[in-house]
Every structure is written in C-alpha cells, then in structure tokens.
Design a binder for this molecule. Structure first.
Ligand SMILES: *[C@@H]1O[C@H](CO)[C@@H](O)[C@H](O)[C@H]1NC(C)=O
Ligand SMILES: *[C@@H]1O[C@H](CO)[C@@H](O)[C@H](O)[C@H]1NC(C)=O
Ligand SMILES: *[C@@H]1O[C@H](CO)[C@@H](O)[C@H](O)[C@H]1NC(C)=O
Ligand SMILES: *[C@@H]1O[C@H](CO)[C@@H](O)[C@H](O)[C@H]1NC(C)=O
Ligand SMILES: *[C@@H]1O[C@H](CO)[C@@H](O)[C@H](O)[C@H]1NC(C)=O
Ligand SMILES: *[C@@H]1O[C@H](CO)[C@@H](O)[C@H](O)[C@H]1NC(C)=O
Ligand SMILES: *[C@@H]1O[C@H](CO)[C@@H](O)[C@H](O)[C@H]1NC(C)=O
Ligand SMILES: *[C@@H]1O[C@H](CO)[C@@H](O)[C@H](O)[C@H]1NC(C)=O
Ligand SMILES: *[C@@H]1O[C@H](CO)[C@@H](O)[C@H](O)[C@H]1NC(C)=O
Ligand SMILES: *[C@@H]1O[C@H](CO)[C@@H](O)[C@H](O)[C@H]1NC(C)=O
Ligand SMILES: *[C@@H]1O[C@H](CO)[C@@H](O)[C@H](O)[C@H]1NC(C)=O
Length: 437
C-alpha cells in the first residue's frame, strides 16, 4: 500500500502543534556591521505551518512532498522538516518562487546518489559549468533550524576521479535571492562547492557548519565553502568550514561583501577570483571586507587571482586568460594562519608558469587599493623561506597594494615574500625575487 503523500492542512497543523518550531536565529554581526541592515521581517503566521511529509523508506523521492509544502506555506507561513526524519531528494527542485517564508529544517535532507540523473537534470548556472541539486531564489526567505543538507559527495568524488568532466552539483545553488537569511545549518559532503551564490542581494549566511571529506583515496575536489557571483551586500559570518578548496571565493561581479569570524580548516583560504578567465568579459570585485578569520591546515590565507592576457592553463578543465576587469577596495584583516603554505598571495599570472611571458602580456584585470593587515601565525615549510607571494604582471595594472603589520613567520623563522612589480614601501615583508610557485 502507498503511504499518504500529502498531509492535509488540518493534519499539518495538528502535527505542528506536536513539534516545536525553532525560534528565528539572532544575527549578531561582529566585528563589522553590514552596509545594508540585515533583513528583519515580521513573524510569519503561526497558523500557517506545513510539515513536510516523507515516505521515509530511503528509496521513494520526497521532492513532491517538499514542493507541495513550499507551495502551501509560501507567502507568510512556515515549512517544517521534522527532527529525526531523513528526507530523500531524487528530483531537481526549482525553489525560485519563494517569498515571505520561514523554512525550519530540523531533520536531515539527503540528496540521492544517482550521478547520471543529476548530471542530466541539475540546474545550470552558466558559469564554470556550475550546476546544483536545487535552485533557491525569491525574497524574504529565512532558512534555519539546525538540520542537515547531505550532498552524498563520496560517489561524486569517486566519479570525478574517473572523469574530470563529471558535472558535480553544488549543494546550495542560489539564483536571484533577496533580503534573506540562511543560518544554523549543517552542510555535509557536497559533490562540489557548498554554496554558489548568484544574483543575490542582502543575503546573510550565519552559523553554517560545513564538513565533508573523502573516505576513499580520491580527494573531495573543488569543495569551496561559498562562491559569490553577480551579487552584492552578502554577509558570511560565524561559521566553521572544513573543506579542501577555497573557504570563500569572490567570483565576477561580487561587490560589498562582508566575510567575518570564520574558522577555515584545510582550505585554500579566502580568494578573490579567479578573474579575467574569459576574453571579452569584464569582471568586477569591489568593496570587500574580510575580517577575523582563522585558517588552519590549508594552502593559502588571503589570495587574489587574475589570469594574464595570454592563453593559460592550470589544468585541462581549468583554462583561460585574456579577460579584463577591476579589483578595488579590498581589505583582509585580523587573519590568523596556522600551518598554511602562503599567508598572502597575489597573482596576475594565474595558470601561467612562465612569468616572462606573463609580464609580456600583463593581465587586463587591474588590482588597486588592497589592504592586507594584522596577520599573525605560522606558515608551512612548503615555500620556506617565503611566507607570501606578490606577483603582479605590471606595475601600472597593480598598485596601492598594502601588506602591513604582518606577524607571520615560516617554520625556520623567516618572513620573506616573492615580489614582482611591487612598491616595497607599502610592504611589511622582506622582498626577494626568488620565485617558488
Ligand atoms: C546509492 O543509494 C542506494 C540507496 O540508498 C544504495 O542502495 C546504493 O548502494 C547507493 N549506491 C552507491 C554507489 O553508493
Ligand atoms: C541521461 O541522458 C542520457 C543522454 O540523453 C540518456 O541516455 C540517459 O538515459 C539519461 N539518464 C538518466 C538517468 O536520466
Ligand atoms: C542572473 O541574472 C541574469 C540577469 O537577469 C540572468 O541572465 C542570469 O541567468 C542569472 N543567473 C546567473 C547564474 O547568472
Ligand atoms: C565545461 O565542460 C566542458 C564540456 O565538458 C569542458 O570542455 C570545459 O572544459 C568545462 N569547463 C570548465 C570550466 O570546467
Ligand atoms: C574535518 O574533516 C576531518 C577529516 O575528515 C575530520 O577528521 C574532522 O572531524 C572534520 N571536522 C569536522 C568539524 O567535521
Ligand atoms: C559585470 O559587470 C560589468 C559592468 O557592469 C559588465 O560589463 C559585465 O558583463 C558583468 N559580468 C557578469 C558576469 O555579469
Ligand atoms: C572572531 O571570531 C571568533 C570565532 O571564530 C569569535 O569567537 C570572536 O568573537 C570574533 N571576534 C570579534 C572581534 O568579532
Ligand atoms: C582539520 O582538518 C584535519 C585534516 O583533515 C583534521 O584532521 C582535523 O580534525 C580538522 N580539524 C577540525 C577542527 O575539524
Ligand atoms: C570600500 O569598501 C568598504 C567595505 O569594505 C566600504 O565600506 C567602503 O564604502 C568602500 N569604499 C569605497 C570608496 O567604495
Ligand atoms: C590540522 O591538521 C592536523 C592533522 O593533520 C590536526 O591534528 C589539527 O588538529 C588540525 N588543526 C586544526 C585547527 O584543526
Ligand atoms: C617563457 O616565455 C618567454 C617569452 O615568450 C620565452 O622566451 C621563454 O622561452 C619561455 N620559457 C619557457 C621555459 O618556456
């Protein structure tokens, strides 16, 4: 016999009375306040609660139940995923119609391991082949509750090792989300990035706990915490990220982004770019504040990456160069590095090992008014005696770079930096021209 698919409104209400709705999280921005005040909408109606039903058999798709609940309680209600329940998602869900809704995820949402289905059906973002399990958009959406989104990443890490062109979905795909909050969530085992945030404005990520590593010999690759794209006034704060690629990365047209009070373990640090990858495009990353971050066991602390004006390849599936753009008014401050290869890295020669060739074809992405200040900690031995690398492809296209109050040393106590096209008076480092990658 088939179980009941949809709960009636009356039954939903009865169940909701049995189960406690989570209180809305309190958002406390520190050390900085955002430029635009955080969303603060009135409470939703307490009589409009949709409990998401589940088959709970670990096989049957719960997507129709989820969509049903969202449609029923959109515009003023609560959608509740019950504590102790696992919901299985086997169908790509378009959630760009959401507005004025609180989504209380107390349970466990599991995305299926059907790599062939997802590669055929996940949502495309038309940037670096990004796709996602579901697409979140709309306005005034609050998602919280302490529950888990599980991307079932292991099958994808193993599949990617066999074929680097496997289209691995990102766990949380955002397109066109405004005045919204995601808080108190656990994200586990994303096949690729944990969040891709496109066309967003005034969106806050608070208290997000990210983790997932491969248990086979195949690495969990490209598991960035957040990538922002075509977005402004995004805040990412008070979160713990345990991954193996960028902790946060600012992709083209990210402006007024505040990133603060994060713990990043195993990551490639907080990165601007890469930019200038595609000829004919103009990429802007501007007015970014990154503050109070601790970075452990990773390759980088703070990074800015731009492609040169010549075709270059980092790997067969990551090629580019020739695009233009502008990186301006970026601050990285109060960053603690612990067992990280480079504390600070700037490159305008991304993907190009030949620095002579790179300087002959300097990047068309300009970098200016950048501050790295109050860094402390210790790097790894990897680039010793260097602790930083500042490789601009031309002096004109890269200026007003300040690296100040840097209390970082290598394991042997040195604090050298590779410098190319830098003004040494702005640098609290010992420049050398010995390049190490
Ligand atoms: C995928 O999930 C199903 C159902 O949980 C399970 O039976 C199957 O073994 C999984 N396949 C892989 C490759 O993990
Ligand atoms: C995926 O698409 C391919 C090519 O269109 C098709 O042969 C295959 O049956 C599809 N698989 C699934 C699971 O949708
Ligand atoms: C973002 O918005 C633009 C303009 O409306 C649209 O063309 C694009 O498809 C949206 N999504 C992404 C990922 O850029
Ligand atoms: C996107 O996918 C296409 C086709 O598989 C591939 O040729 C290209 O290199 C991929 N691009 C990226 C950035 O991965
Ligand atoms: C981070 O990943 C490592 C390796 O899998 C694991 O040992 C550790 O428990 C993880 N940390 C968290 C907070 O999940
Ligand atoms: C970024 O903004 C610039 C300037 O408005 C525009 O020319 C460019 O097309 C935008 N790029 C993307 C990817 O939206
Ligand atoms: C810095 O971040 C840590 C968490 O990583 C937090 O405990 C601390 O309060 C933050 N400091 C400030 C000044 O906000
Ligand atoms: C950091 O990552 C390392 C290596 O994966 C792991 O052993 C360690 O448990 C992680 N630490 C935390 C606090 O998650
Ligand atoms: C520079 O960026 C900061 C955010 O870090 C912002 O408050 C400030 O207004 C920006 N300045 C200019 C001139 O855009
Ligand atoms: C860094 O990784 C080592 C294991 O490689 C682990 O012992 C240590 O706890 C990690 N540091 C943090 C802060 O997680
Ligand atoms: C680097 O580029 C320069 C200039 O084009 C060229 O003369 C040189 O041979 C290249 N070096 C290598 C190692 O390819």
């Amino acid at each position: 016999m088939k179980p009941l698919v949809f709960l009636s409104a009356a039954l939903s209400l009865a169940l909701a009375l049995e189960y406690q709705l989570s209180p809305r999280p309190t958002l406390i921005p520190a050390p900085y306040n955002p430029r635009v005040p955080f969303p603060n909408p009135p409470r939703r109606s307490s009589s409009k609660v949709c409990v998401v039903n589940t088959y709970g058999d670990g096989i049957t798709d719960d997507s129709p139940n989820i969509l049903f609940a969202f449609h029923q309680c959109n515009d003023g209600g609560h959608v509740l995923f019950l504590r102790g329940v696992t919901y299985l998602v086997r169908t790509a869900i378009d959630l760009t119609f959401l507005r004025h809704v609180d989504i209380d995820i107390q349970g466990h949402i599991q995305f299926s391991n059907d790599t062939e289905y997802w590669q055929n059906n996940s949502f495309e973002f038309l940037f670096q082949n990004v796709t996602s399990f579901f697409k979140l958009g709309g306005e005034d959406v609050w998602i919280y509750g302490g529950g888990t989104l599980d991307g079932n990443g292991q099958v994808w890490y193993d599949e990617y090792a066999r074929n680097i062109y496997t289209l691995r979905p990102v766990l949380v795909g955002i397109d066109g989300l405004r005045d919204s909050v995601l808080s108190d969530l656990r994200l586990r085992r994303s096949p690729q990035y944990y969040h891709f945030v496109a066309n967003a404005s005034n969106v806050v990520f608070n208290n997000i706990d990210i983790a997932g590593a491969s248990v086979s010999q195949n690495m969990a690759k490209n598991t960035d915490g957040w990538d922002t794209y075509r977005s402004r006034d995004v805040t990412i704060m008070n979160s713990v990220i345990n991954n193996s690629d960028d902790c946060v990365s600012f992709k083209p047209n990210s402006t007024n982004i505040l990133v603060q009070s994060l713990f990043c373990n195993g990551s490639h640090g907080i990165s601007v770019g890469s930019l200038g990858q595609y000829a004919g495009e103009f990429d802007i990353v501007e007015s970014i504040m990154v503050s109070n971050i601790s970075l452990h066991n990773g390759s980088d602390g703070a990074r800015i990456k731009a492609w040169p004006n010549t075709p270059s390849a980092l790997s067969p599936d990551l090629q580019g160069g020739g695009g233009s753009g502008r990186v301006r008014n970026i601050t990285f401050e109060d960053m603690t590095v612990d067992n990280v290869d480079y504390a600070v890295q700037i490159t305008q020669c991304y993907g190009q090992r030949n620095l002579t060739l790179c300087q002959q074809h300097p990047s068309r992405v300009t970098i200016e008014n950048v501050f790295f200040r109050r860094f402390k900690g210790k790097t790894t031995e990897k680039y010793q005696p260097l602790i930083a690398s500042l490789a601009c492809s031309s002096a004109a296209g890269c200026h007003d770079i300040h690296v100040l109050e840097i209390d970082v040393v290598s394991p042997e106590g040195t604090r050298q930096a590779f410098c190319m096209n830098q003004a040494p008076r702005n640098l609290d480092l010992e420049c050398t021209d010995h390049y190490k990658g």
